[in-house]
Design a protein around this ligand. Structure first.
Ligand SMILES: [Zn+2]
Ligand SMILES: [Zn+2]
Length: 275
């Protein structure tokens, strides 16, 4: 499966997934022109999209969804709660409503939706599964990670997961106290510390790619997250491809394939056996 974060953070989120000729976006937080440009930046065509899957109704996740859906005739997949809380025109926009804790199919991709905890109507995280069994988890905008979510995202081949803020930067920063409290609450966003604790419990023998997403531009820094994640991986002995998703431009293209890590380990073991 190909995964490309097109942009990530409170100014806009969109993540591109592609496998066996089916391509979708998870979230559409940029307008049609910007989304088209960012897709072209990773060599992809907006007109090929088969669906836009929304995590929740916050503006940084749905800003471009309705306009892209209508302009290109691409259906939006969303929960009833997200639809009711958004201003999307039901008559003019292709919409497919899904329930959390179910699986739906878009072309060759199965999308497993799980409810998350956030100050939105009915927010979701996803595991996206390809025909060959490759599973990629994506979750952001979590105030708190509960056991069902941990279980849902456990041992995916690729994991794209929120690491929103550094607690000290948030506490000392310029945000009004009410906003700080909201971000830190059980319905806000994950701190780097909480994110790393959750990641440690979710990565497994199959996990080959870890990308931290939705970093706060005011209250976090790429280098802090990269350092913490590198330390975590060193401590656990996990040898993963590590990425940090950027806000201003696409982060790059990740190729995630089921069994690749196990195959690499087997190859190394075989090589060692020869010696
Ligand atoms: Zn957000
Ligand atoms: Zn949100």
């Amino acid at each position: 499966m190909i995964v490309a974060p097109l942009g990530s953070g409170s100014a806009g989120n969109a993540y591109y997934f592609e496998s066996d000729g089916t391509s979708i976006l998870v979230d559409a937080g940029f307008g049609p022109r910007e989304t088209r440009k960012r897709l072209e930046g990773v060599g992809r065509d907006i007109e090929q999209l088969k669906g836009i899957v929304l995590t929740h109704e916050h503006y940084d996740h749905i800003r471009g969804a309705e306009r892209i859906a209508r302009k290109y005739g691409i259906p939006i997949y969303l929960t009833r709660g997200t639809l009711d809380a958004s201003r999307i025109d039901r008559a003019e926009t292709p919409l497919i409503v899904f329930d959390n804790d179910t699986t739906f199919t878009i072309g060759e991709l199965n999308v497993h939706a799980r409810k998350i905890i956030h100050d939105a109507a009915d927010p979701a995280c996803f595991v996206i599964e390809a025909r060959d069994g490759t599973r990629v988890g994506i979750a952001s905008d979590l105030g708190h990670v509960d056991d069902p979510v941990l279980k849902h995202l456990k041992n995916c081949d690729g994991l794209f997961f929120e690491s929103n803020h550094d607690l000290d930067m948030l506490r000392m920063g310029t945000y009004p106290w009410s906003l700080k409290r909201r971000i830190m609450s059980r319905f806000g966003h994950l701190s780097n510390d909480d994110s790393m604790l959750a990641v440690q419990r979710m990565i497994g023998a199959e996990t080959q790619t870890l990308c931290l997403i939705h970093l706060s531009q005011k209250n976090n820094h790429e280098s802090i997250v990269r350092d913490m994640a590198a330390k975590l991986l060193k401590r656990t002995g996990a040898q993963l491809e590590l990425g940090i998703a950027l806000q201003e431009r696409p982060t790059g293209v990740f190729e995630v394939r089921r069994g690749r890590r196990a195959a690499t380990t087997r190859a190394v073991n075989a090589q060692m056996a020869l010696w």
